[in-house]
Write a protein that binds this ligand. Structure first.
Ligand code: G3H
Length: 255
């Protein structure tokens, strides 16, 4: 039997597929809240899938965070990826540089031998500045490229953790708490019913753009993200989830 079966991981994958309505689920052993290597394993699984799915001349849009960064870390040169253009899914979201989508897109390109294009948009824009910037021809062109993505790779965060990590104002923290936000992805915050309760003002891929993609790969694990994953998967395309045993057991256990 497969090692996976011995751990009961295949059962967890089946259970999550059913409960979250996903097309593809991979569960790696362990809980990334407890051991760092588990995130590396999710990274490995993500890199492997990207290699399998690669087609010439495709665009891959990537979001930020440590888990998508782990995917980038594990990427290696592959023929299909050489003709891939990696782009950030959205402009800045207020993360440390090495967790920003721009940086991760460039890292994926370097590791896989592909190309990248960046989108330089500051995160904390006023409404006026945002409106002006979106109209810039360079940004417009870049947005078209981003929206043409064949594959999208994104992380999922616990709402409070993400809002704090991005140094959100106390007003926003309070607003998210009142709205019962549990998860975050692409700068969108969701409640338990998979409804958007807050959307930041960054520029890039919107949820409405996900439908056009061939594959939407969410990479997120750790039992602390169980609620966030359960809330976001149904809202973000119901396609592919790469997670860990910690999150999987906790999601299945609470149903
Ligand atoms: O939007 C979700 C976050 O980027 C996830 O970040 O992978 O570091 O937990 P993380």
């Amino acid at each position: 039997p497969l090692i996976k079966d011995l751990f009961g991981l295949t059962e967890l994958e089946k259970g999550l597929k059913k409960i979250l309505g996903m097309r593809r689920v991979t569960v790696v052993p362990g809980d990334s809240d407890r051991s760092g290597w588990v995130k590396q394993e999710m990274g490995k699984a993500g890199a492997r899938l990207l290699k399998q799915l690669a087609r010439p001349d495709q665009v891959v849009a990537v979001a930020g965070g440590t888990t998508v960064a782990a995917v980038a870390d594990r990427m290696t040169a592959a023929p299909g990826l050489k003709e891939t253009t990696f782009v950030p899914a959205r402009g800045g979201l207020g993360e440390a540089v090495e967790l920003e989508a721009n940086y991760i897109a460039s890292l994926m390109a370097r590791k896989s031998g592909g190309h990248y294009r960046l989108m330089h948009v500051p995160d904390q824009l006023s409404a006026d500045a945002h409106e002006t910037l979106v109209k810039e021809p360079h940004i417009q062109e870049m947005l078209q490229v981003v929206r043409s993505a064949r594959i999208i790779v994104h992380g999922i965060g616990d709402a409070k953790t993400m809002a704090t990590r991005r140094k959100s104002s106390s007003a926003l923290l309070e607003r998210l708490e009142q709205a019962d936000a549990v998860g975050e992805a692409f700068g969108y915050y969701f409640n338990r019913n998979s409804e958007i309760v807050y959307r930041g003002r960054s520029i890039g891929l919107g949820l409405e753009d996900l439908e056009k993609a061939d594959a939407i790969i969410a990479v997120a694990g750790g039992s602390s993200k169980a609620e966030a994953i359960a809330a976001i998967c149904p809202a973000a395309g119901r396609d592919t989830l790469i997670t860990d045993e910690g999150a999987a057991r906790s999601i299945l256990g609470r149903r």
